[in-house]
Design a protein around this ligand. Structure first.
Ligand code: ATP
Ligand code: MG
Length: 475
């Protein structure tokens, strides 16, 4: 599906591009009926090396999109022939186009709806030039990045490796696809999964594959900083702003500028600070503690939690408006027990590193592997890493046998999914489908038969889960 879309866009691009324009120059379409505002914006965007087009209505926007697929669409919501939201109806044709809303009518509901429908971001009117520039800097994914990601997807299929992540289970292939889709965009990512499942590594991989890779990736554990200090840790403070503030301090937002800020355990952030974080995400500005001077910021946020985010919202731990702002693109990292076929591969990866460090060639015996594959891994990949380390210490000589594995495996961990009250039927269905597919090693006909659904239904579901889900699941 993606392949066809790309081909189509390069064809129309060739036809619509004037000879002097570089084919690599990204194209931004501004959909705005206020002609003057649109032209001012176009000028700004051209300064950033984009080609621009202006559409004054929905109808014009549709025509222009057919002529030339834009890399980014800046979309006003109130248009003479309808709401900008209607453009999302044609999301299929839009493929990987980034849609950024410009809204003076920033009712929370519209923004939330737009983000749900797939808008990359929204800018509050009046749109500031710096905000537009920062936004453009993040979108407009260069062709090289796409090629790099395609290359990585290839090694993921062949070798079960995607950046620093290891694993070839269907559920991990989905994660790789999602990382590939989102890395080059400006979108805020919410990584959800159990402790030790690999959330931080996923976040780091998104950063490494983004244009921000040369700037810092800063990880902040929101649950580990005292509520009294967290605001100044985040936003910095001026000298003398509180007792003990003996000099000016740069916060995480300043230090991560141009890069990525990983907000781990974001549900543990005090509610007042959640309001402030939301403001920063909406305006791209913040103030140091003890200062009333606005600082501009260009930071991509990746948040993570090992709680169920919907439940955190329901219990009031996580503000609903912040949740929607963070949850623009959610990546679920599956627990290790849902990808037991990857255990050997990941264990081998940890063992290789230890062997290299000590200059030895220890090997996992078949009985040891068997034991590892029959455990339920409550501590996920982190626990596996620790177990491999301990097994190395226990081993006599170069063979690591089952007796070196420091736990008893009472019963075979059945492949199962855990459902808590409050989970939607849709989500349960998703988990069940992915777990079943994994159990039959990605064989779709078999999975459909076990699930009692037609292969076509299965195919459609997989397409919904990840834009290329159907391709990954293919044998
Ligand atoms: N797929 C993977 N391949 C290789 N190593 C992995 C993988 N997933 C996780 N790891 C490693 O396992 C350890 C735990 O991962 P990580 O810190 O990302 O988990 P987490 O989900 O952030 O955990 P927590 O919720 O406790 O913070 C790290 O050492 C990480 O490098
Ligand atoms: Mg972590």
């Amino acid at each position: 599906m993606t392949g066809t879309a790309d081909m189509a866009s390069s064809r129309t691009r060739a036809a619509a591009t004037s000879p002097e324009a570089s084919p690599k120059q990204p194209f931004a379409l501004i959909v705005e009926d206020d002609r003057e505002a649109a032209q001012a914006l176009a000028e700004l965007i051209r300064e950033e090396g984009f080609r621009t087009g202006i559409a004054g209505s929905l109808a014009e926007a549709r025509q222009q999109i057919v002529l030339r697929t834009p890399d980014v669409v800046l979309l006003d919501l109130m248009l003479p022939d309808g709401s900008g939201m209607e453009l999302f109806g044609g999301r299929e044709e839009l493929g990987n186009v980034e849609i950024v809303l410009m809204t003076g009518h920033a009712t929370l509901e519209t923004s939330i709806q737009a983000l749900r429908l797939g808008a990359a971001d929204y800018l509050l009117k009046p749109v500031s030039p710096r905000q537009v520039k920062a936004m453009l800097h993040r979108v407009g994914r260069p062709a090289e990045a796409r090629a790099e990601i395609a290359g990585l997807r290839h090694t993921a299929d062949l070798e079960g490796r995607f950046g620093h992540l290891r694993g070839r289970a269907t559920v991990m292939q989905l994660v790789y696809t999602q990382i590939g889709r989102v890395a080059g965009t400006a979108v805020t990512v919410f990584v959800v999964g159990e402790s030790g499942a690999g959330k931080e590594l996923v976040a780091q991989t998104v950063h490494d594959l983004s244009r921000r890779r040369k700037a810092p990736f800063l990880a902040v554990n929101c649950g580990a900083i005292s509520p009294q200090l967290i605001e100044s840790e985040m936003f910095g403070h001026e000298k003398g702003s509180f007792t003990g503030a003996s000099r000016q301090h740069r916060g995480f937002f300043e230090r991560a500028n141009g890069g990525t800020l990983f907000l781990d355990e974001v549900t543990e952030m005090p509610p007042e600070l959640q309001v402030k974080l939301l403001r920063v995400l909406e305006t791209g500005t913040f103030m140091r503690v003890g200062s009333d001077e606005l600082q501009e910021t260009d930071v991509r946020i990746i948040a993570a939690t090992n709680r169920d985010p919907a439940q955190a919202v329901a219990t009031g731990r996580l503000r609903e408006d912040l949740f929607y702002r963070l949850n623009v693109f959610q990546i679920r990292v599956p627990p290790l027990r849902d990808r037991l076929d990857d255990v050997e591969l990941i264990a081998q990866h940890f063992l290789d590193a230890l062997n290299a460090r000590e200059g030895v060639t220890r090997k996992l015996s078949p009985s040891a592997i068997e034991k590892l594959e029959h455990y339920s891994w409550p501590g996920n990949v982190r626990e596996l890493r620790n177990v491999v380390q301990r097994a190395c210490i226990m081993a006599d000589g170069e063979s690591i046998t089952a007796s070196c594995i420091p736990f008893d495996v009472p019963v075979r961990a059945e492949r199962s999914i855990t459902v808590t009250v409050g989970t939607t039927i849709e989500e349960v269905e998703r988990q069940l489908i992915l777990a079943t597919l994994d159990a039959v090693k990605g064989h779709k006909e078999k999975a459909a038969e076990l699930l009692g659904i037609s292969p076509k239904t299965l195919y459609n579901r997989l397409r919904e889960y990840g834009s290329e889900g159907s391709e990954i699941a293919a044998e």
